[in-house]
Ligand binder design. Structure first.
Ligand code: ASP
Length: 309
């Protein structure tokens, strides 16, 4: 059996030690641990990287602490519009959805787009028709209501501002969630899910559901899930760029991941981070912000759950 491993994130941003109560910190680390263990258990039983990343992201989507699924931020209209993507590195198949509403686990809908449609990316009304056809339960708006998110939105709702879940207010929490895994057969997969940015409008779509920008997997190189200021991640095509540095320059996962986050993204003033894994199970988790909710576990016995630098 080859080595296997998994990494997860719950968003990167202004996370400063001491600004969170110990109780809240425990809630975050518990939620991260639950997601990590759910994904790792799949791998340990010989399951696929795809199943591992899907379940890990579902656990994070079900937690109101993160800006994805249940905890999604409010749009300018006071609704929740969610984006998600999943990619299988063994065959470069991918599925993604954007601007979906009422879906408890957008990552599973993205996987259904991959498995059950002939397409890769479905948006808005069309994606909802597809979900209805598959008998997805549509949750009422209350399911996605969270006091903290509501206050966050109220503060900027009458302005032209839109806000990353993790910026502006120093005590703000966020963010997008993601998972990457390498299974015991050496197959890689990546999944990412988000509610996007508070007060977003005009059908704004970030990097998370865009294959190659916020999410990418290729057995030849790596699996990547990003978090941060989506507009910059799109412009820098971050996830695919990392893969290209490994494929065409022969760089290690660590070196390529550091280059895109600390240099290429910084050069255009983008902030955020990513998690990535290669087919030997190596993991990289760089971020250029104060913190990133993250966790990793490998079959070699290494485990880490962390928030700050
Ligand atoms: N990247 C996400 C977006 O721009 C936000 C985040 O990572 O928190 O939609």
């Amino acid at each position: 059996m080859k080595p296997f491993s998994i990494a997860i994130h719950g968003g990167a941003g202004t996370l400063i030690k001491g600004m969170m109560t110990p109780e809240l910190e425990t809630r975050y680390t518990t939620a991260l641990n639950d997601a990590l263990e759910a994904g790792y258990t799949v791998l340990e039983k010989g399951g696929s990287a795809m199943d591992a990343v899907e379940i890990a992201v579902c656990v994070l989507e079900d937690s109101p602490l993160f800006n994805a699924g249940r905890g999604s931020v409010f749009t300018a209209e006071g609704t929740h519009e969610m984006d998600a993507a999943i990619m299988d590195g063994s065959n470069l198949k991918a599925g993604a959805v954007t601007m979906v509403t009422g879906i408890r686990n957008p990552v599973s809908l993205a996987r259904d787009v991959m498995d059950k449609s002939q397409h890769v990316f479905l948006a808005g009304e069309g994606a909802m028709k597809f979900a209805n056809m598959l008998d997805y339960k549509i949750e009422p708006p209350e399911f996605f209501y969270d006091d903290f998110r509501y206050k966050q939105w109220q503060e900027i709702k009458d302005s032209d501002k839109f806000q990353l879940d993790h910026s502006v207010r120093k005590d703000s929490k966020f963010g997008t969630v993601g998972a990457v895994a390498c299974d015991a057969s050496g197959n890689l997969a990546a999944a990412t899910s988000t509610g996007g940015m508070t007060n977003k409008k005009w059908g704004r779509v970030g990097d998370s559901p865009m294959i190659g920008a916020g999410n990418y997997a290729n057995n030849k190189t790596c699996a990547v899930s990003c978090t941060g200021s989506g507009e910059y991640f799109i412009r820098a095509v971050v996830a695919y760029d990392l893969s290209c540095l490994m494929e065409f320059k022969g760089w290690s996962l660590e070196k390529a991941a550091s280059e895109v986050i600390y240099h290429r993204l910084k050069q255009i003033e983008g902030d955020g981070g990513l998690i990535a894994v290669d087919s030997e199970g190596n993991i990289a988790m760089p971020f250029n912000t104060e913190g990133m909710y993250r966790g990793m576990k490998t079959s070699a016995g290494k485990k880490e759950i962390a928030i700050y630098t």
